[in-house]
Design a protein around this ligand. Structure first.
Ligand SMILES: [Zn+2]
Ligand SMILES: [Zn+2]
Length: 607
């Protein structure tokens, strides 16, 4: 990439690498804000800067804090509430609570791969000077909990270094960082940090900056306009989310402000399930005429007890088939015990099977370390007979991409077991980490088209006692809303499709984590989903520990529209490697000529 920089005032320069780095100069010395990436050095050389003496970071994300070799013995200042994520980041990587059963995403997964030393912590109102410039600190949470804005008064103007609060007029870099719980966990908090973001932007506005300088994005010379456009766009997008959200069924209080809006789908009434069904926890159970049972999901040992009781009481004779709807822990935690207690065939969708048989290979919301045995995997449309019922399995990328749906026909009814994908209030896409893709034939578009075609008499959700259905009009309303969302969310991001800003996993390492030993040959693999309508090139380079002394050249690939591509690296762990425990290997990614910095990581656990 060509190195560029711009000069904003006599002493303030911005290096435009994969992020914007502020360079406040004082003769041949400089203070840097958000230095990241190797190309920065070229700009410093061109400007004749020979000494970087101080660094400020707006927030802890790895893609804006890594890749520029930090000189020794310099001052490094970070937001006070994020010191731990700079100076003791191993406490993140080594904590099981940040690896399994993930319901909270603060901090989220763009963490530094190893700690850096911090000399200064900054909080609201702190002031410092550098050369002829004065710098003051605003706490501006939103993009991360501890993000700060540095107001730089240089040469008679005020420049606000706002981190990733805003990308450009009306745009943000991505929204999965805004996933945040309000009354519950972050898991339920789609765009939940938008109020914080809004307050932070208002605070920045009040400080009357001449320009906003985002970490990712375009310098904004009309801050008022840029902020107003973003707040309007966020409100519009959030309204299109709430209007068909399943969450209105579970947490009506979160949405009282939206009640009765004409552009919101009214909530359906439930209906009584057929009497040959039982519901325990997240498990639905079908009892056939010969008293055999078909069980779906097992999230807790209590379910095993309930089923044992049905057997003891003679209501069922045995469990003969077991179906897993999706990988979330509240559906799979007790599968190993279930499989011990009830030896029967375990069936699931082929994409779900990948996760539940090898959870170590994934980092996803609500993931369980429990490993399940799968005896048979299904593909979209596979059918089989179970006693008097006809079962048809589908890949059903509803609540999560890693999700199946099951049509059960018999006794004069057509029952669709949607896992967690719908409630009477609509669709269940409140966690952006679940990969709810927008577009034709993917995500809920695919699910709703299937429901439209199959016309089930009863739809079931694992967390809801009652059955329900949708009218044609409601299905069309949801489809129209999704089409509108695809447009308005695409406008919210600096990408040619909304999914780049919404799909936390569009670049991912597979496997995410693997166990290795010194001397092993290991394959590191990056998967990339091209969400665009045109082919895209992607280049990846793993950043190995420098002590390994291995030079790795970047590799690239071209990915066809709406498909996944892979880039693989084969490395040998040095036989004298004395790292033990977790080694975090970030990947530098360049996508369609846009460098993204150290964007994703894989974990090697060295024995
Ligand atoms: Zn960031
Ligand atoms: Zn779920």
């Amino acid at each position: 990439m060509e190195t560029t920089y711009s000069q904003l005032s006599q002493n303030l320069y911005i290096h435009h690498g994969h992020v914007n780095t502020g360079i406040i100069r004082d003769g041949n010395r400089a203070m840097l804000i958000d230095p990241s990436g190797a190309t920065l050095q070229t700009t410093l050389d061109e400007l004749g800067i020979t000494k970087v003496e101080q660094i400020l970071f707006t927030h802890h994300h790895r893609d804006s804090t890594s890749g520029f070799p930090i000189p020794e013995n310099i001052r490094i200042g970070v937001p006070e509430t994020e010191v731990q994520w700079f100076a003791k980041v191993e406490t993140f990587w080594n904590a099981p609570k940040f690896r399994w059963h993930l319901y909270n995403y603060h901090p989220h997964n763009l963490m530094l791969s190893s700690s850096i030393s911090v000399t200064d912590k900054y909080a609201e109102g702190d002031e410092l000077t550098w050369g002829s410039s004065d710098i003051s600190v605003l706490e501006t949470p939103g993009h991360t909990d501890g993000s700060v804005t540095y107001l730089v008064d240089a040469d008679g103007q005020r420049f606000a270094f706002t981190g990733d609060l805003i990308y450009d007029e009306g745009k943000i870099w991505e929204l999965y960082s805004l996933q945040k719980g309000q009354q519950t966990t972050d898991y339920h908090g789609f765009l939940g940090a938008r109020d914080e973001l809004k307050e932070s932007l208002e605070k920045v506005r009040k400080s009357l900056p001449t320009a906003l300088i985002p970490t990712h994005g375009i310098i904004m010379n009309n801050p008022d306009d840029a902020i107003d456009k973003l707040l309007d766009q966020l409100d519009y997008c959030y309204n299109k989310y709430v209007s068909i959200s399943a969450l209105r069924h579970y947490f009506p209080k979160l949405f009282t402000d939206f009640e009765g809006r004409a552009d919101h789908m009214p909530i359906r009434k439930g209906k009584t399930p057929p009497d040959f069904l039982r519901h325990y926890g997240t498990t639905w159970l079908i009892i056939s005429e010969n008293r055999e049972a078909f069980v779906m999901d097992c999230g807790s040992p209590n379910v095993i007890k309930q089923i044992q009781q049905l057997i003891d009481e003679g209501e069922i004779s045995e469990v003969t088939q077991f179906w897993v709807t999706h990988y979330h822990d509240d559906h799979v935690n007790a599968i190993p015990e279930f499989q011990q207690a009830f030896p029967c065939e375990t069936i699931t969708d082929a994409i779900v099977a990948k996760v539940i048989t090898n959870p170590m290979a994934f980092r996803l919301p609500c993931i369980s370390p429990a490993v399940a045995r799968v005896d048979r995997t299904t593909c979209d449309g596979d059918s089989w007979q179970w006693n008097e019922f006809k079962m048809t399995a589908y890949h059903f990328p509803g609540q999560t991409y890693y999700h199946g749906g099951l049509l059960v026909e018999g006794h004069g009814v057509r029952m669709f077991f949607s896992g967690d994908s719908f409630t009477m209030a609509g669709i269940d896409d409140y966690c952006s980490g679940n990969r709810n893709l927008l577009g034709k034939d993917v995500g809920y578009e695919k699910c709703l088209r299937l429901i439209q075609e199959l016309k089930p008499t009863h739809i079931f959700n694992c967390h809801v006692d009652q059955a329900f259905d949708f009218t044609d009009k409601e299905i069309n309303f949801m489809l129209d809303t999704l089409a509108e969302r695809e447009k308005c969310y695409t406008d919210l991001f600096p990408w040619d499709h909304a999914n780049y800003g919404m799909d936390d996993q569009w670049v991912r390492c597979f496997p995410y984590q693997q166990g290795v030993k010194a001397g092993d040959n290991v394959t590191l693999n990056v998967e990339i989903t091209n969400h665009s309508d045109e082919p895209r090139t992607a280049i990846a380079k793993p950043i190995l520990p420098s002590s390994w002394g291995i030079e790795i050249e970047p590799k690239g690939t071209t990915i066809l529209p709406k498909t996944d591509g892979q880039i693989q690296f084969s490395i040998t762990i040095p036989s004298d490697c004395n790292d033990s425990g977790r080694v975090i290997i970030p990947f530098e990614i360049t996508y369609h000529n846009r460098p993204l910095g150290q964007f994703r990581e894989t974990i090697l656990v060295i024995k």
